[in-house]
Design a protein around this ligand. Structure first.
Ligand SMILES: C[S@@+](CC[C@H](N)C(=O)[O-])C[C@H]1O[C@@H](n2cnc3c(N)ncnc32)[C@H](O)[C@@H]1O
Length: 202
């Protein structure tokens, strides 16, 4: 299961951790700035779905969220956990499947983040993902999702359209749909026309 990503982490071929990271990190930070900060509710809970080696999870934890982060590749979770002492952050990294979230995480999350996971899933996986996410989040929860636009671009994830997102996230409303600034991005990434969707749970 998830052999492509397992192999990618094993071989150290994880382009999303370098090319994309530096280009989009600033834009992601702005989006996170706009989400209500956890503030006094120091226990406000956030999920990072398909967290990889955890950089975004750690960013959320540093912002004050109580973070649970899920990925299905053992090596990614191992590397994510190893970053915690260095970062001085606390994140619960869970080896699990985002298409069956209630089996791996608790509930009452008010923020969810997905940077590059949903857009690679098959249709039926997306539906299961959406159902699980609804089950573990609170009404009014915010969901930020980075996604390529749909299209076939060799080895890149197939991407997701606004309609694809709406279909899988029944009970959520898209309140933001922002094209990412790809200036300076490698051509293959720019052609994927990445977007950030922002949704709110009804
Ligand atoms: C493009 S990477 C992005 C990783 C991380 N969000 C980042 O930005 O560095 C996509 C991640 O989704 C994970 N993934 C894919 N399908 C998954 C599934 N069904 N359950 C959990 N994680 C999954 C992969 O293992 C991979 O780490």
């Amino acid at each position: 299961m998830n052999l492509g990503y397992r192999l990618a982490y094993r071989l150290g071929f994880t382009p999303w951790e370098n090319a994309g990271r530096s280009i989009f990190a600033e834009q992601l930070r702005h989006l996170l700035d706009e989400v209500a900060a956890p503030g006094d509710a120091a226990k406000a809970k956030a999920l990072d779905l398909g967290c990889g080696t955890g950089d975004h999870s750690i960013e959320l934890a540093i912002r004050g969220w109580s973070v649970t982060a899920v990925d299905s590749v053992p090596l990614a979770i191992e590397r994510a956990r190893a970053k915690l002492p260095v970062a001085g952050a606390d994140v619960t990294f869970v080896l699990g499947d985002v298409t069956n979230l209630p089996a791996y995480v608790d509930h009452a999350y008010t923020l969810a983040l997905d940077v590059g996971c949903f857009h690679g899933l098959a249709d039926e996986q997306r539906i299961a993902y959406g159902t699980g996410l609804t089950a573990v989040t609170e009404p009014g929860a915010v969901f930020l999702m980075f996604s390529f636009s749909p299209g076939h671009r060799g080895p890149l994830p197939r991407g997701a359209s606004r309609a694809d997102v709406e279909r899988a996230l029944d009970g959520w409303t898209i309140v933001g749909d922002d094209a990412m600034d790809t200036s300076g991005a490698p051509g293959i990434l720019a052609k994927a026309e990445p977007r950030f969707f922002r949704l709110v749970r009804d």
